[in-house]
Design a protein around this ligand. Structure first.
Ligand code: ADP
Ligand code: UVW
Ligand code: MG
Length: 405
């Protein structure tokens, strides 16, 4: 097979991240990002790794369809256009796969219908993922489009972790259960953590803390997810950039009955005006750090609430796993914010958890240990690579198809 390239599209609610990879040596040919889609200040940043050139385009990009067309144009300028015969497939991150999709799947009309049916439980993500797939399909109808689901890695969760304690009849009828998200990242990072320890994933229990704008924790036993902090939707669990994470469900009744808010208003409040942003007006951890350094009490409190929730999940997953070999920090905050990692594990020496100050201060793109020499539990920073993981899964599936099995 000559076609060895995979284009990966990670369409978020207001952004598209993309990478073009050659799977023969897993090298990156081009990477880029379109952000603030739908606003006047959209920006496309494209880097061609072969030539080393970077181009930026500023100005309104109306929607995901336009964003993808702009991406295709940028790729063409480098001779890497979607019309290339070397392209084997396009891999798409799809956030919600419900109970239906447990593995990467070649997209057809039936798959599109199912992803569409799941929009109510991933309203920020699935519509963007669908547009990405449809636009790519229109450009290359002959090419396999592969959906890689955020939920897939979590389908191994036992019923005790996946079910909410509500009436079974209702839960079953409306498929109200805990699905979990960021699974591609949790899978990649838990495996890479085992690699860092020089052990097989089957032998290692890991707590993975994916701390980006959206954030989630997972408990991974022997390579399989046994619990995760996001639930029916990506709203449950940790305090996030703009999402509340866990709260008493009665808060919603209260806001509706006493504050007179509509369900849509409450939805927007909890998803877009809560979390760090709701608490202090900033969702970026760098800005929160800067404000704390200036003595800003509001930023300090937001940080403390964020850390308190994170520590609760670390404790919970320690108990879920019984034996923990490693705690791995990943994604924008987890990879870059040493002060978050330090605060998350401070005072937990009794659990075998500690962070070495000098190791924690080291910056870099490589997976690395930050626990002291000889620590009972390894603490690691493991940069996530959702795009590489999506490309690998996509290529594995397409390769398999080619051999006719
Ligand atoms: N140098 C840094 N120090 C602290 N936090 C950082 C740094 N760089 C990025 N972040 C945090 O990472 C977040 C983005 O994480 P990322 O994983 O890229 O999120 P997403 O994929 O959800 O957009 C930012 O909002 C910011 O809070
Ligand atoms: C599922 C989810 O929360 O994704 P993201 O962090 O990309 O928003
Ligand atoms: Mg992310």
């Amino acid at each position: 097979m000559n076609a060895t390239r995979v284009l990966v599209l990670n369409s978020g609610s207001s952004s598209v991240k993309y990478q073009l990879l050659d799977m023969r040596d897993r090298s990156r040919l081009a990477v880029g990002l379109v952000e603030r889609i739908g606003e006047q200040t959209s920006r496309l940043k494209h880097t061609c790794l072969a030539s080393g050139g970077t181009r930026e385009q500023n100005g309104p990009i109306a929607d995901h369809d336009a964003a993808l067309k702009a991406v295709a144009e940028e790729l063409s300028k480098d001779g890497l256009g979607l019309d290339s015969p070397e392209l084997a497939a396009i891999g798409h991150r799809v956030v919600h796969g419900g109970m239906f999709f447990t593995e990467p799947t070649v997209v057809d009309e039936e798959v599109l219908t199912e992803i569409e049916r799941l929009i109510p439980v991933a309203p920020l993500h699935n519509p963007a993922n669908l547009t990405g797939i449809r636009t790519a399909m229109a450009m290359r109808p002959d090419l396999p489009q592969v959906a890689v689901f955020d939920t897939a890695f979590h389908t191994t969760m036992p019923e005790s972790a996946a079910r909410y304690a509500i009436e079974t009849k209702i839960a079953d009828r409306f498929r109200v259960r805990r699905y979990g998200f960021h699974g591609t990242s949790h899978a990649y990072v838990s495996r890479a953590t085992a690699g860092l320890l020089g052990r097989a994933p089957e032998d290692v229990n890991v707590i993975v803390l994916h701390l980006g704008n959206g954030a989630s924790a997972s408990a991974v036993r022997g390579g399989k997810c046994v619990d995760t902090s996001m639930g029916l939707t990506p709203l449950e669990g940790l305090v996030m950039g703009t999402r509340s994470g866990d709260l008493d469900p009665a808060v919603i009744f209260h806001l509706q009955r006493v504050a007179g808010m509509s369900m849509d208003e409450i939805d927007t409040l909890l998803n877009k005006r809560s979390g760090l942003y709701g608490l202090c007006g900033d969702n970026d951890m760098r800005e929160i750090r800067r404000r704390m350094d200036e003595g800003d009490e509001q930023a300090r409190l937001a940080f403390e609430i964020y850390i308190h929730r994170l520590r609760k999940y670390i404790g919970a997953y320690y108990a879920v796993l019984g034996r923990v070999d490693a705690v791995a920090f990943t994604a924008g905050v987890g990879e870059n914010a040493d002060f978050v990692r330090e605060a998350a594990l401070a005072g937990l020496e009794g659990l075998g958890l500690a962070v070495d100050g000098a190791r924690n201060a080291v910056r870099g793109d490589e997976a690395r240990l930050i626990s002291p020499e000889g620590a009972r539990v390894a603490v690691a920073v493991v940069p996530t690579d959702e795009e590489m993981e999506i490309a690998s899964q996509t290529y594995a599936l397409v390769g398999k198809d080619d051999k006719g099995d």
